[in-house]
Ligand binder design. Structure first.
Ligand code: 13P
Length: 264
């Protein structure tokens, strides 16, 4: 079974030089045996996207953006925005959408995310769609209700697609509890597994083609806890923030998933 380990670099690193160093280190240290069982991807910030996509072209590491414009899939008078077509043109073929930091700091809501996902898919980009509950919602045991509401973006996009089978290749869902992001706190593997099983069931209820969607866990994943998450049958990989900024920790996470999933 193939797993996914995706590095969300967020607003890092500060310089092109540091980006080049990270890419060089990743390529030097990456073992050839990783590729069949663990697909790696990195998502740099927009300023570095074209350079990273070019550097990774014809390597085993994919490149994705962290967002696309909601306003237009191609071009237009939208100062500061980057469209799905422009992302595709860099050679990056994926985008993260709906990250909790975008929801929090940019007030991205259901309608905005439907538009973004429609634009991304229209331009042939794959989508890593992020969902997750806040600490307060977790404490109030509202996690599954919150996720159901957030997943309705996928339900709506699916309804309007001519060919839903496309989505099964182009969609990854990342479950990232907001309270676990950058905090060092993680839910138990049993909690994550139950939640992933629910997400998979919900996706399958939208369309049978979505039943095989990869569901990744994100939030304080590191080299130490990755083997525990990888051991769960319903955790198809990891979306990694901080630990993706060092080649050694990022690759150690990937090795953990490759070792476990490669045997299944
Ligand atoms: P951390 O791995 O730094 O907790 O970040 C997770 C995340 O937000 C990835 O999208």
């Amino acid at each position: 079974m193939q797993s996914w380990v995706i590095g969300n670099w967020k607003q890092n690193p500060a310089t092109q030089h540091a980006v080049n160093t990270l890419i060089d280190e990743l390529q030097e240290a990456m073992s050839a045996s990783l590729a069949p069982s663990c697909q790696l991807m990195v998502a740099p910030s927009f300023i570095h996207l074209a350079a990273v996509a070019a550097q990774l072209n014809e390597t085993d590491i994919l490149c994705g953006a962290q967002d696309v414009s909601a306003h237009s899939a191609s071009t237009g008078a939208y100062t500061g925005d980057v469209s799905a077509a422009q992302v595709q043109d860099t050679g990056a073929h994926w985008t993260i959408l709906g990250h909790s930091e975008r929801r929090q700091y940019h007030h991205e809501d259901h309608d905005t995310l439907v538009q973004k996902m429609n634009h991304a898919l229209h331009q042939g980009l794959g989508v890593i769609f992020c969902i997750g509950e806040s600490q307060q919602q977790y404490d109030a045991k509202e996690t599954l209700d919150v996720l159901d509401t957030q997943l309705k973006v996928i339900a709506e996009v699916t309804q309007n697609l001519d060919d839903t089978t496309v989505l099964s290749e182009k969609l990854i869902v990342a479950y990232e509890p907001v309270w676990a992001i950058g905090t060092g706190k993680v839910p138990t593997v049993v909690e994550v597994s139950d939640t992933h099983a629910h997400i998979k069931q919900t996706l399958a209820s939208y369309h049978h083609a979505l039943g095989s969607t990869a569901v990744l866990y994100g939030g304080s994943v590191n080299a130490d806890n990755a083997p525990d998450f990888a051991a769960s049958d319903v955790v198809d990989g990891a979306l990694v923030g901080g630990a993706s900024l060092k080649a050694a920790s990022f690759l150690a996470i990937a090795e953990a998933f490759a070792a476990t999933k490669g045997n299944k």
